[in-house]
Design a protein around this ligand. Sequence first.
Ligand code: ADP
Ligand code: MG
Length: 329
Amino acid sequence: MSASDTQVSAIEVARVAKTFPVRGGLFARPKMLRAVEDASFVLPLGGTFGLVGESGSGKSTLAKIILGADDASQGNVFFGERVFGKHTQAKDVRWRQRAVQAVLQDPFGSLDPHMTISDIVLEPLRIQRSGLARAVLDKRLDELLAQVGLPAEFKRRRPGELSGGQRQRVAIARALVLEPEILVLDEPVSALDVSIQAQVLNLLKDLQDALGLSYLLISHDLAVVAFMSSHIGVLYLGRFMERGTREDIVERAAHPYTHALIAASEPDSFAVEPIGGEIPSPLAPPSGCVFHTRCPAVRDVCRTEAPPDYQWSATHRVMCHFPIASKQT
Ligand code: ADP
Ligand code: MG
């Protein structure tokens, strides 16, 4: 039996869809924008599921649904026995508010620049458990700053005095203050210099090992996702083109879109536009396979028929009429 057969899931996303009504004009009827279409995946306990795709592919929409910041139009999200969907229970909502926390690309965009680092990190704890003694709060703050590799004197500083990397460390400390079980990391290093990105990603790995966290990591950058993830899903126009273990996706990619993403992420790639053309509007997705307008391997059937979601191996799924068989070694 392989390890994956016995793995317990931290998150299971089951057939989730999200549509947004959008108005074309004052007198136009609202159109339905299908941001996420029938998405399913499992994040194993203690693992990292990397969600990769171009801008507009539905990554943040899925993140918001998992965090409870938005509702799914269809489908369910399971955290173990807890189910979120049509029949969400209030006690589970309270659990999620503590146990599932977020680190976003620019967490300081929404925060008061006059707040101190101390207030920023401790705010969720103050809201969730009012009346904690000052000494208890101070001790927790010192512990968290040490955990994220910031000197204790930073607690009196304000966001404007910190570098981008330091601010992201503060955001991680704030996300950890309630002792969560799962972190949703939505483009956590996209705003940082490449040299700083590796430091923050390594910190996240160390914290995962030390605290037994499960991560949903979102990035448009396959290199970031490949570095961090145990499992990967490739999204395109709200649909999973391919899902599998890290090795399934990085070493045995079967979807032409994944191949294009890999080619684009090679360090010596000179391709400015590896795939060519623009991502179509989700208001008017292409017929058949949604990737057919940009696919280098397109054939007639791809233009008219939606591809099946092939079970390519025990761990690997690919939504393509003509998956690319890799040479097995
Ligand atoms: P990503 O994070 O992969 O860049 P998003 O999940 O933010 O993608 O967006 C997916 C699609 O849904 C995009 O076409 C976006 O314009 C649309 N979208 C996201 N949020 C809303 C909203 N609140 N109302 C209407 N459209 C939205
Ligand atoms: Mg996004």
